[in-house]
Design a protein around this ligand. Sequence first.
Ligand SMILES: Cc1cc2nc3c(=O)[nH]c(=O)nc-3n(C[C@H](O)[C@H](O)[C@H](O)COP(=O)(O)OP(=O)(O)OC[C@H]3O[C@@H](n4cnc5c(N)ncnc54)[C@H](O)[C@@H]3O)c2cc1C
Length: 416
Amino acid sequence: MNITVIGGGIIGLCSAYSLSKAGHEVTVIDSGTCGAGASEGNAGWMVPALSQPFNAPGAMSDAIKAMLHPDSAIRFQTLPNVDFLKWVALFYRNSSQVNSAAARQALVALNDQTIELFDKLLLDVKVEVHNEGLLLPFRTQAGMEGFLASHAQIQQAGYAGRALNITPETLSTMEPDLAPGMVGGVHLVDEKSVRPESFTAGLVTWLRSAGARILENCTVRKLKKTPGGWSIETDNGTQKADQVVVAAGAASARILRTTGVKLALEPGRGCSITVTDGPVLNRPVKLADVRVACTPFETGTRFSGTFDFAGHTGSSSVGRMKSVLRHASHYFPALADLEPTATQVWSGLRPCTPDSVPYIGAVPDKPGLLVATGHGTLGMTLGPVTGDAIAGIVGNEPIPPHIRACALDRPQVRLI
Ligand SMILES: Cc1cc2nc3c(=O)[nH]c(=O)nc-3n(C[C@H](O)[C@H](O)[C@H](O)COP(=O)(O)OP(=O)(O)OC[C@H]3O[C@@H](n4cnc5c(N)ncnc54)[C@H](O)[C@@H]3O)c2cc1C
């Protein structure tokens, strides 16, 4: 079958990979360069252990408090429009104890095969991978207890990876650049990390060698059903395909709208900086209290954070990056000396659903139109699972329950 994937981020490329492996003729279309969207400057964690949804009891009041704090990790910088208000209403409904637990269960189930499928993909695709797990140091007992309670919920939902309690002494041996005064930490031993750019570049290289067509700098404007499939109108002419997978990250809802399909999807902007000076880290570190991700690569270390509802345009300011570094410097004092410049600061849009569960599946009543988006903070992690699911759906395989939970028409993402 001739299949076009719209969007060359981690989700589109993993979908294209699995579809190519299944023997389909694949085209990837990207409005820019493949891998240059949200999938570029992110933290690169492959972390099934972090399957906790954002929608949770207290999340709305936390968000309101955050609005009043200019230095907060979460910020609202957009004028509310109808779509955003609908999204917020759905988020609120999904934040009840019961609905949040259902979302957690769905994410843990979705992540069940993450590492297995990622390891399988590594047999074909060259990626910079690190296997040192994820370390969470804590400055307060309350912060550590809060994380342990949250992690117990993930374990109850079926996560089977190891979580080791780390004493303050061991913490400073593991990460000598950490500030003194930590009360302890947790080491999630089985988590992995990648250099995100190497993951997407590796996929593009593999896809080209497998004969896939990659069309870059080609923006999709409109999708139209034709008798035999779909016509894809781009600013470089029209393409034809038997089936189409919309995997355009935060822009997916706009593209789908041209077919009359409405998707509750909002962009959540985050930023990062990658430096070769600063503190030395031996493994990825999550500063949970201040919501900062630190990832060491073969060359350089990346610090990322912030979650800004700021619409689709613009980019993160140096000020937002400074805020991330200021918070992180309480853990890694060497960061206090870093002065980010505008050219160093990267920002990207996380495609966010109101229940933290992605959209993976066929569009009801639109034969041959599929969607893979809405992975929020877990897109790198869920790439291989999503690609595998898309290939299964195109191949008419029975849809397993953990993928059915990502259906576009699930009640969790519909207001009525
Ligand atoms: C600061 C930060 C840190 C993060 N850290 C992690 C992490 O550690 N682990 C993790 O799992 N996730 C992480 N994430 C989330 C992850 O980056 C995203 O979920 C993921 O990259 C989304 O991938 P995507 O392919 O859906 O979107 P994108 O990577 O944004 O790709 C979408 C592509 O579609 C293209 N496109 C858009 N419109 C059109 C159009 N009209 N026509 C053609 N092409 C189009 C774009 O050019 C883009 O290349 C982080 C995100 C941020 C912002």
